[in-house]
Design a binder for this molecule. Structure first.
Ligand SMILES: Cc1cc2nc3c(=O)[nH]c(=O)nc-3n(C[C@H](O)[C@H](O)[C@H](O)COP(=O)(O)OP(=O)(O)OC[C@H]3O[C@@H](n4cnc5c(N)ncnc54)[C@H](O)[C@@H]3O)c2cc1C
Length: 332
């Protein structure tokens, strides 16, 4: 009988808490495994991870590989990929999924390079199909500068992908879930810690986090015409909304990385999303498909954003935003 397809995830933890996207990819692993009667496994690395390992079982992992060491309490760029790659090599899972957090975006390519396999980054949809007797992961990503969506199939093993926050759903936590926890002994060498993380500080999000807000205003590169994103932040204050941004706006430093919307940022599903001065590139649009209503403001009537929005205003944002602000202030 053929061995069931093993789908693994790396469950990233910081300060004893899982990143939300790690639990979401565990949910994705379960959904994929269900389609082929496969199994799921999660790897957790840190210090004193026994409780975290139990959490992963509660969230549905069939097997948890728990790697614990005082020197692994913080992410270590040498040790983490080395340990993960060796575990994967020893057990040979068919598929490995990771969240595309800032650390995940470093770990995933480092592991893929060690294993000499392919990595599909920032997937926005995953599907498993049997091809030539082998389960093949079909990963959708925005490609060619974001103009089209492409499907990538990896011909080497394991098939590795990263997925952003909000692309898949977090599974239900079940207190009576059953799974096996394997404590993996670890010995660290000098080279594992040649470059050592000694301190980590997270920048808290400004205002309401974009993934939690009912209304989100997204600033695009067109906001340059307004001299920056301040007018949008003022509007958000009046509406009780969160402010996110596209890649150029985040690169400009106007919106923090935690507010990046799209394939390499977050996928969000607010009730109302107002997207201002964004062209509608697929890398961005893949992050807003779950929004209930999208209002786009752009001065170019041919902008691709008008193909996906529910309501559109073709106008200069420097004229529209003050009008909106005036109306909302009157209503206060
Ligand atoms: C691997 C990869 C991953 C990526 N991931 C992401 C991602 O996660 N998120 C993301 O956003 N991007 C991502 N990108 C970049 C993406 O492809 C686009 O380049 C980006 O989304 C464009 O941002 P924009 O729409 O703000 O800017 P632009 O494409 O420059 O559009 C600006 C728009 O503003 C309009 N405008 C200008 N002035 C005004 C005005 N006065 N009034 C009204 N409208 C105006 C213009 O008509 C234009 O349509 C990624 C790219 C790659 C290669």
């Amino acid at each position: 009988m053929a061995t069931p397809t093993a789908i693994w995830i790396w469950a990233e933890q910081r300060n004893g808490h899982f990143m939300d996207v790690s639990l979401e990819v565990l949910g994705a692993a379960q959904e994929l495994a269900d389609t082929v009667n496969g199994t799921t496994a999660a790897v957790v690395i840190g210090d004193q991870v026994a409780d975290l390992a139990k959490e992963l079982v509660a969230y549905g992992a069939d097997i948890v590989y728990a790697v614990s060491h005082p020197d692994l309490a913080l992410y270590q760029s040498g040790a983490y990929p080395r340990i993960l790659a060796e575990l994967i090599e020893d057990h040979g899972p068919e598929i490995v999924l990771m969240g595309s957090t800032s650390i995940g975006m470093e770990v995933a390519p480092a592991v893929a390079a060690r294993l000499k396999t392919g990595l599909t980054a920032h997937c926005c949809e995953l599907e498993l199909k049997e091809k030539e007797g082998r389960p093949k992961l079909i990963a959708d990503v925005p490609g060619w500068g974001g103009g089209i969506r492409v499907q990538i199939v990896c011909n080497t093993s394991p098939q590795m992908v990263t997925v952003g926050l909000g692309v898949t759903d977090k599974p239900q936590r079940r207190s009576r879930a059953e799974g096996t926890i394997v404590n993996v002994p670890v010995t660290l060498s000098e080279s594992d810690l040649a470059c050592r993380t000694v301190f980590m500080e997270e920048t808290p999000p400004e205002g309401i986090p974009v993934e939690q807000a009912e209304t989100v205003l997204v600033a695009g590169a067109g906001m340059k015409a307004a001299g920056g994103v301040e007018p949008l932040k003022d509007l958000a204050g009046l509406m009780g909304a969160a402010v996110g941004g596209t890649r150029p706006v985040v690169d400009q430093g106007w919106i923090p990385q935690s507010g990046l919307i799209g394939a390499s940022g977050k996928s969000i599903g607010p009730k109302l999303l107002i997207t201002v001065g964004t062209s509608g590139a697929n890398h961005y649009v893949s992050g807003i498909t779950k929004a209930e209503k999208v209002l786009a403001i752009n001065k170019d009537p041919n902008a691709a954003i008008f193909n996906i929005c529910d309501m559109g205003i073709v106008a200069d944002l420097t004229e529209v935003l003050p009008l909106l602000q005036e109306e909302l202030t009157k209503q206060k």
